[in-house]
Design a protein around this ligand. Sequence first.
Ligand code: MG
Length: 291
Amino acid sequence: MRIARFEHEGATRLGVVLDERVADITTDHGDDTAALIAGWPQEEMAPIIAAAPRHHLSEVRLLAPIVPRRDVIAVGRNYRDHAREFSDSGFDASEKQMVPDHPVIFSKSAGSMIGYGEAIDLSNDPTGTTDYEGEMAVVIGKRARGVAEDEALEHVFGWTIVNDVTARELQKRHVQWYVGKSPDTYCPIGPWIVTRDELPEIGQSWLRTSVNGEKRQEAPISDLIFGVERLIATITEVMTLWPGDVIATGTGQGVGIGFDPPRYLADGDVVEVSIDGIGTLMNPVVERGTP
Ligand code: MG
């Protein structure tokens, strides 16, 4: 099932995407995807969808499929080839070793989220060094604390796509990555959440990123150094994860700073991140001037 948030006639709604249409399943939860996930009515979904009004996707505006109750938890240097290119670029001021022994975990402001088709605004990066990072993201379905790796997937509601847009010079300058990862509009997410039962073998999917139609990144999700199970076990050893929390699992080789000279995003660019079985997250890049 594909769960979306969207705007229709000025109101924010929740929906299930069926081919080119979206069934409006907005209930007492309003547009709160996390609340829907927490009380997920699995057995009732078929009659709810059958009774729901439908709109063509062209009649609605997709929004970030979830507004999490906390910042996005993100993972750095989690594909070997990307770890190498990032190391070679010299932009990681925190680096101790190229391929880490433990997951490199950081956060990205929930306030930086935007949905499909919304613009990444370069005006939010005073250093002019904005880069893309296509990533598979996990959406938590059930409260998780002290979860073992072999039980971790039971706590996953589904998968989505995140573009972990990064202001590289800020990432380097401030050592801790929060500032460089969190400018407004720098967390495109979507286009929707695909439930785990619809895509149980996410490792078999490939992640691809293009800029203006030119392929920049291509990697199988199975190349993750620390997989979904290990990430959930590591995080929940110290903190509780809640329904709707988002974990961005890391990017593959081919980011802008992997090139010499670096190929940063520019006004007028279009970035597309695709994952087999999920879809494509497309965002234009603009530079509006004063943020
Ligand atoms: Mg990243």
